[in-house]
Design a protein around this ligand. Structure first.
Ligand SMILES: [Zn+2]
Length: 514
């Protein structure tokens, strides 16, 4: 077997218990051939071997984001950023829309994301009339940071068939000008409807642009694998991802979940849990529980039946469960199944698992369930949690050390686009429990940098049944590797968030260099 690449002079953190550290990694084809010391160079390198001198930098397994939303991320990458980091007034918002409109053919939808009136100089939401001034010939939708509200301009409102005579929709609200009764463009709880029923699907040109942006985005953060966790994933999304994978335009490996409503589409195509290949595979069935689930409430009995059916057809389950009651409902369902068919070894997952008091953790452990948590939200949103989460829930919020200590496998994920994909922010959050503001959330739940790395590598691979091929640096594993500017296990914890990804390698190919 010929050696294609040797990375030498590296501080290798293998995440492989059998050989935790090394200096050199040899790659043949898309796999790791050998892990050893610098002295092995002469015996492993041939005339055609590319030698990469890491000059003492740190080499870790490629990061695996165990839960994100590719199609929402794409939408965000294509849209105009209106967060407080990008704009500070409605005038700024108008200017940003005007610039985008100039570059976009008239009639094409424009989207802006993450406006937050609290941070705007005018202290109000933009209206249809603000947007009309700068983009009268483009339908425009701006989404609020919360995603509970959006603003449409006049053209978009007319395409949606919303005018002064439109009755108030059930469970939603059309805001109106107090004097005239005309809709002012602000719609509450109508975004999902606008996106699915009014806006056209992405054009091929938009998809091409978006996938190019997403691909670079993942590689720059060292994400060599991610797990797509959207319950709306269906056959058409699978085919889109397949197309970009096959043409090499999305290089990170994808494990895609199905939804309870779409899993049969996949089964009809002969795809079951684990089907696909090392580039794109079918993962768990995602089940939404609790408020904000957007899928209609299931009774516990209906949930039990659904979970039993998915389990019996070989699917892993991934429960979206944020609150204590949602987590308990997922556990109740798994215990119900466990009374009929053993669930141990099936690695059913609790996604978010934000509120997990000791009595629930105990039951999770007995079921062999996996927790998929979001340490980067501690960094990006910790301040908000401290200000808004009920005091009785705060001690159980996004716990990581307690589950690890009890033997539960915990994997990490960004839930992007909720927060940026950046795994180093997550490792920082898990190690320091610090928010961007410096406030600390549950210091007793701090874990070591090595443990935090395992959440994004071995444990994330375990969560999708792929630990035999990825997640650690060992002979025979896929050559998915990341070179870091510094060693997260050695720098002062405060510096972890400043560590940069300098090189990303997927399947033995250098796909990104910073
Ligand atoms: Zn999610």
């Amino acid at each position: 077997m010929s050696t294609d690449i040797v990375l030498k002079n590296a501080s290798v953190l293998t995440m492989d218990a059998g050989q935790p550290s090394a200096e050199l990694v040899a790659i043949s084809g898309d796999k790791i051939l050998m892990v050893g010391d610098n002295e092995a160079l002469d015996s492993v390198a041939g005339a055609n071997t590319r030698i990469i001198d890491c000059q003492g930098r740190t080499l870790v397994p490629g990061f695996n984001d165990a839960h994100l939303h590719l199609f929402s991320l794409i939408r965000k990458l294509l849209s105009i950023e209106l967060s407080p980091a990008a704009v500070s007034s409605i005038a700024d918002i108008k200017e940003a829309i005007r610039r985008k409109a100039e570059k976009t053919p008239p009639g094409t939808w424009l989207s802006g994301t993450d406006y937050n009136e609290f941070y705007l100089a005018e202290k109000r939401c933009p209206t249809r009339w603000d947007i009309d001034e700068v983009a009268p010939g483009h339908p425009v939708v701006l989404t609020h940071r919360s995603l509970h509200a959006c603003v449409l301009n006049s053209l978009a409102l007319s395409l949606a068939g919303i005018n002064g005579d439109t009755p108030e929709p059930e469970g939603a609200r059309i805001e109106r000008d107090l004097a005239t009764g005309e809709p002012n463009g602000i719609l509450v709880e109508m975004l999902a409807y606008i996106r699915s029923e009014v806006m056209p699907p992405f054009s091929d040109a938009e998809l091409d642009e978006a996938f190019a942006l997403a691909d670079r985005h993942f590689l720059a953060y060292g994400i060599t694998s991610f797990q797509e966790a959207t319950y709306r994933n269906d056959r058409s999304r699978w085919q889109i991802v397949r197309r970009y994978k096959d043409t090499g335009r999305l290089r990170s490996r994808v494990s895609m979940m199905a939804g309870p409503g779409t899993r049969r589409e996949f089964q009809e195509d002969g795809l079951i849990m684990g089907s696909g290949d090392i580039h794109l595979r079918l993962g768990a069935v995602k089940i939404m529980l609790g408020e904000s689930a957007g899928q209609g409430e299931l009774t516990q009995e209906e949930l039990n039946t659904l979970v039993l059916d998915c389990h019996r057809t070989g699917f892993q389950l991934a429960f979206h469960a944020i609150t204590e009651s949602a987590v308990e409902s997922a556990i109740d369902a798994l215990e119900y199944v466990n009374g009929r068919y053993p669930v141990a070894g099936r690695r059913h997952r609790i996604e978010h698992c934000s509120e997990c008091p000791p009595y629930l953790l105990e039951r999770l452990k007995k079921l062999g369930a996996v927790i998929v948590t979001h340490p980067s939200t501690i960094y990006y949103n910790g301040e908000r949690y401290l200000a808004t989460v009920a005091p009785e829930q705060l001690p159980w919020l996004y716990r990581i050390k307690a589950p690890l200590d009890s033997g539960v496998v915990v994997a990490a994920a960004s839930d992007a686009p909720v927060v940026p994909v950046n795994p180093l922010a997550g490792i920082y959050g898990a190690v320091t429990r610090k928010a961007e503001s410096g406030q600390v959330l549950l210091p007793e739940e701090r874990i070591s940098p090595a443990q935090a790395l395992s959440l994004y590598t071995v444990n994330a691979a375990y969560a999708s049944f792929e630990e035999d091929i990825k997640g650690s640096i060992a002979p025979g594993k896929l050559a998915d590797l990341v070179v870091l500017s510094a060693d997260p296990t050695k720098v002062p914890p405060e510096k972890i968030k400043d560590i940069k990804v300098e090189m990303t390698i997927i399947g033995g190919e250098v796909v990104w260099e910073g």
